[in-house]
Design a protein around this ligand. Sequence first.
Ligand SMILES: *Cc1c(COP(=O)(O)O)cnc(C)c1O
Length: 387
Amino acid sequence: MRHIPYARQHISQDDIQAVMDTLQSDWLTQGPAVERFEQAVARYCGARYAVAVNSATSALHVACLAAGLGEGDLLWTSPNTFVASANCALYTGAAVDFVDIDTQTYNMSVSELSDKLNYARRTGEFPKVIIPVHFAGQSCDMKGIHALSRQYGFTVIEDASHAIGGNYLGSKIGSCRFSDMTVLSFHPVKIITSGEGGMVLTNRQDLYEKLMLFRSHGITRGQELLEGQSHGPWYYEQISLGFNYRITDIQAALGENQLKRIDEFVARRRQLAKQYSLGLQDLPIILPWQHPDVYSSWHLYVIMLDQEKCKKHRRQVFEELRQAGIGVNVHYIPVHTQPYYQKLGFKHGDFPAAEHYYQGVVSIPMYYSFTDEEQDYVIAKIREVIQ
Ligand SMILES: *Cc1c(COP(=O)(O)O)cnc(C)c1O
């Protein structure tokens, strides 16, 4: 029986050696490998500063704190995302709201955002932070979001957990050309991995300094940040309330080595996406649409059943593909429909585009080591199940 997952990491002999070398070095926790990893990712993405942490969830949390988010504030994000993109606001004591998605890209709709901001003029409930999520690896309309951020004065944190290796209007995802900060994930299902890990990129020194503090207990040794007189070379001060969100050198060594192959990883994903679009084109399903401004890294390949033409429902298609050994998945259950968010007052029907999208979608296998032969099998099975 075949067993094809929807996503998986690819670890080379060279990756293993990089981890082994670190295990035999003087540093296990945050040390020289973390700094090298940060510099390599910042250089690759074209951002000035990078702060590595132990997950994208932690990265989102420290990014919100660096943006000054807290009690009495409001954050808006997409309902079509992993819960972490919204939870980060709640960690700081702020409230969350959502902006419905565009029906073609499944990303936050900029016209919805514009309308919602306009409406907020009446209620006064403006967001302090907006988190656009580059769903499946395709960038949001960052030019539109950036223009609105200038008009309304909110901070933009890109959740690029799906999107490292892609670009938008000729700039690498992570360059922060249209945002204040960008968050990356190095979870094993993502484009490159460090086991667990995340990073915040920024071009602003003030944010960089805050991110460094929140990563490690709010403690600093930086002369210019000290509030009192140094007692001597051992001296440090805790000047804010931070966390232990440090990533280990072991993880960073893996991430740094994986980054060397990122363009190869993304090229293969793009080739697989092209092959899917050819192999699945004449079925009663809607294939992922790509905006011409975007070069996607294809973290996910999502098909949507055309519910008027397709005889079977999503549930049945999903189960038949699982029975054929294909590890299909669904991304995402709209965050506002989660029981925790329902208790906060959100209701079914609040974000109809995201809810409609969720009813019809299936994520099919997409990862670097997925072979052409395996893909042919998946395409044949989908054709068999759907036709
Ligand atoms: C994976 C993911 C996260 C969380 O990443 P971790 O590194 O697992 O904490 C956040 N947002 C999105 C959109 C993700 O896909």
